[in-house]
Design a protein around this ligand. Structure first.
Ligand code: CDP
Ligand code: CDP
Length: 231
């Protein structure tokens, strides 16, 4: 069976990474969470005082990019690859609201995108890959055999993310999560470089009213059809 490239794009908290991991495990493909890479660069920027509530030293961050090394290591117990920043596992640290509040600003910087897109293309080279993000079907893999664009209402997405954060012990308010989701949607869709848009040949799935199982079933049907088309 021929390996294909599967690009899953869409708004925050639409269930992209959940379904991408499930599909990758089902097919024995590599899964890459491209958002984790933007989050890791953001964490680096915070740790090195390039960004906080009051300032953003874009030049400083850009000139330090050669020192930012992002890698993934598969965790057998979790069943997916965790992200490392300069050799340190940062999987938990990158999921905080603080990182979420800065990440879309960092992701507007063309030099950051250039470096990460290059790495993402290498990670998906000559392998079966499922990658999720914002520009996978438009920029990273414009020739992907299957492109999916996930949407859901902002309120549903914020509620999902809120529950996730509460479950891991973070003290957050629903209104702040909703605000963050809406703000990131806006910045991600309006930036100059690689904005979040649905690729012309992407298939849209609105999962506002779908369970995880229902959404997986839908995606697996599309995967089967895409694989059949390549044979
Ligand atoms: O999981 P969630 O949807 O909240 O976000 P994520 O996938 O972890 O991505 C975090 C942020 O990284 C997004 O809001 C975008 O600003 C940026 N991103 C991007 O610009 N391009 C990508 N391919 C992936 C993420
Ligand atoms: O990767 P992305 O930000 O698009 O979303 P995710 O991290 O896969 O999903 C965000 C949260 O929504 C997770 O807790 C999922 O379990 C939940 N979710 C859900 O309950 N029902 C769906 N149909 C999709 C996601």
């Amino acid at each position: 069976m021929k390996n294909i490239t599967i690009a899953i794009d869409g708004f925050s908290s639409t269930g992209k990474s959940t379904v991408a991991k499930q599909v990758a495990n089902h097919l024995g493909y590599v899964y890459v969470d491209s958002g984790a890479m933007y989050r890791a660069v953001t964490l680096y920027a915070m740790q090195n005082n390039f960004i906080d509530e009051n300032h953003f030293d874009i030049e400083g961050l850009v000139s330090s990019l050669p020192e930012v090394n992002i890698s993934f290591t598969f965790n057998k117990d979790l069943g997916f690859a965790e992200v490392y920043l300069n050799g340190k596992n940062v999987e938990k640290l990158i999921r905080t609201m603080e990182v979420s509040s800065f990440v879309s600003q960092v992701a507007t910087i063309p030099e950051v995108r250039y470096q990460l897109v290059k790495q993402q293309q290498l990670l998906g080279k000559d392998v079966g890959v499922v990658m999720d993000g914002r520009d996978i079907g438009t920029v990273v893999f414009p020739y992907a055999e299957l492109k999916i664009f996930m949407t859901a209402s902002a309120e549903v997405r914020a509620e999902r993310r809120f529950q996730e954060l509460i479950n891991r012990g973070d003290k957050v308010k629903y209104v702040d999560v909703l605000h963050n989701v809406q703000e990131r949607d806006y910045i991600d869709s309006h930036r100059k470089d690689s904005p979040l848009v649905k690729a012309e040949d992407a298939i849209e799935i609105d999962n506002s009213n779908l369970t995880l199982d229902q959404q997986l079933e839908k995606v697996l049907q599309l995967v089967a059809m895409a694989i059949e088309d390549t044979e």
